[in-house]
Design a protein around this ligand. Structure first.
Ligand code: ATP
Ligand code: MG
Length: 473
């Protein structure tokens, strides 16, 4: 038997769903003998309940069942836990149902009657596939070697620092606080930490503290016992328990209610959770990551965030600066997203004109990388020609209604009719203005050496621009 990354199969939980109880039991038993942890659901409905309440890695489900059928089990499983793998079993000679299931995200299918050998081999393969995609390393290696860390791109100085910190902190179990404006990549960084830690083969569980009222957030985090509040029909595991041996991301922790903060602190100190309505401690081994776009220190001064929790969280802090302050990252990300979306949407896009690129470099990006990513996707999808041009740039960026950055030049068309030398002057002037006079940055964007830029500035009598960091006159 191949050694999977999860050392023992006991770490892998399979849910076997079949309304033929004896069949389900037989399958479950033979998988248990291979060392897997198994759960059995005697109906589609029972399967949905198990998916809500238990930790499940892989689902094996019959397709044709009364009440809730296998297709619904499949779609619910994928919706609740995107990294779950589903294998469908079909009792009918027709493969159509199986094909349909594959389209909806099933990993593979098995024909009934099952051959135990085949069943084990298939499950083994699916476990390996899941391990691979959970660690997801192979995807990013190529890019990272050039400029990035685990899928986070950037060669600006602040991002290089972030990568250095990530390299040393990821493999530990340290709590990390990730701070940055919306869309700067906080969740991406959290995932990278998880992927590069010894916990990578266990769950990464994010929970957003903004969206939830106090009562709900506690039951989500810590779970609840049956009948602990109105509507708590059954006992339920919380995210802490789901994240056992893995990583829990408390997203937007600045929005967590004070009373929940107190309970969280207790969990961190005791390494145990108490389900709502119970005082039985449940030991948990969870690495905690927290992120926020708010100023936690200020919140503590205002009494909205517990100081002791703040000190506990900020031991290692990673600051993700706004994209507009990282010009060289914008450049890399533009090229990366063009390639990504061209491939994803099957479009032949070969590049972007300097004028269009300059517009993007000059924009303020209030939504940071997310906004850039979405803009490029739209450009790629809507483009008519293989080279993206100014006309493909989202209108608000073309018009810089938001104030944009510094003027990024009127684009190539306004230069038509100009002498080449004059156009060069204009381009240099506009580029310097865009980067607020930073000559090093301007030279990089223009694709020339810094010395060449100095020479040209002198030659064209632009010597004063950029000297004091001021923009174009
Ligand atoms: N440095 C980066 N390299 C590549 N992609 C990035 C980078 N930073 C962010 N992204 C992408 O931008 C999008 C937004 O990132 P993410 O969701 O991590 O931001 P966030 O800081 O958590 O935002 P919010 O505060 O709104 O939750 C994602 O699609 C992410 O993959
Ligand atoms: Mg986020």
């Amino acid at each position: 038997m191949t050694q999977t990354a999860r050392d023992e199969h006991g770490d892998v939980t399979l849910l076997v769903v079949d309304d033929d109880a004896q069949h389900a039991e037989t399958i479950s038993e033979s998988l248990r003998r291979s060392g897997y942890r198994t759960l059995v659901a005697g109906s589609g409905k029972a399967a949905l309940e198990a998916l809500e309440g238990d930790h499940v890695d892989i689902v094996l489900t019959d397709l044709v069942m009364r009440d809730v059928d296998g297709m619904e089990v499949l779609t619910t499983a994928r919706r609740l836990h995107p990294d779950i793998e589903v294998v469908v079993m079909t009792g009918y000679a027709s493969v159509e149902g199986a094909v349909e299931a594959m389209k909806k995200g099933a990993s593979t299918y098995l024909k009934k009657p099952l051959n135990i050998q085949e069943l084990r081999a298939v499950v083994e393969k699916v476990v390996e596939k899941q391990n691979l995609s959970r660690s997801n390393l192979y995807l990013h290696q190529e890019l990272d070697r050039k400029y990035g860390f685990s899928g986070i791109l950037g060669n600006s100085e602040p991002m290089q620092k972030v990568f250095t910190t990530l390299q040393s902190v990821a493999p530990t179990s340290a709590t990390v606080l990730i701070v940055g404006e919306s869309g700067t990549g906080k969740e991406l960084v959290a995932k990278a930490i998880h992927r590069n830690s010894p916990r990578r083969n266990h769950h990464f569980i994010p929970i957003n503290c903004t969206a939830m009222p106090e009562g709900l957030i506690e039951s989500e985090l810590f779970g609840h016992e049956k009948g602990s509040f109105t509507g708590a029909l059954g006992a339920r595991k919380g995210r802490f328990e789901f994240a056992n041996h893995g990583t829990l991301l408390l997203d937007e922790i600045g929005d967590m209610p004070l009373s929940t903060q107190a309970k969280l602190l207790r969990v961190l100190e005791e390494r145990c959770v108490y389900r709502v309505g119970s005082n039985v401690p449940i030991p948990v081994d969870v690495r905690l990551l927290a992120s926020t776009n708010r100023h936690l220190e200020e919140l503590t001064r205002e009494g909205k965030f517990r100081e002791d929790l703040y000190y506990r969280l900020r031991v290692v802090t990673i600051n993700l600066p706004p994209l507009r302050t990282r010009q060289s990252d914008i450049a890399i990300l533009i090229d990366h997203f063009i390639r990504e979306f061209a491939q994803q949407h099957g479009r032949r896009i070969e590049g972007i004109t300097p004028a269009a690129r300059a517009l993007l470099l000059g924009w303020r990006w209030p939504g940071n990388v997310r906004e850039l990513r979405n803009s490029i996707e739209a450009m790629v999808v809507l483009a008519r020609d293989p080279i993206l041009d100014v006309k493909d740039v989202p209108e608000e960026i073309q018009q810089r209604r938001d104030g944009g950055g510094a003027p990024a030049g009127g684009g190539v068309p306004s230069m038509v009719g100009m002498k080449l030398e004059q156009a060069e002057v204009e381009l240099i002037r506009a580029t310097l203005a865009m980067v607020k006079g930073n000559r090093e940055e301007a030279a990089r964007i223009l694709g020339i050496g810094e010395r060449t830029l100095y020479r040209k500035l002198k030659e064209y009598g632009l010597g004063e621009i950029g000297k004091d960091g001021g923009g174009a006159p």
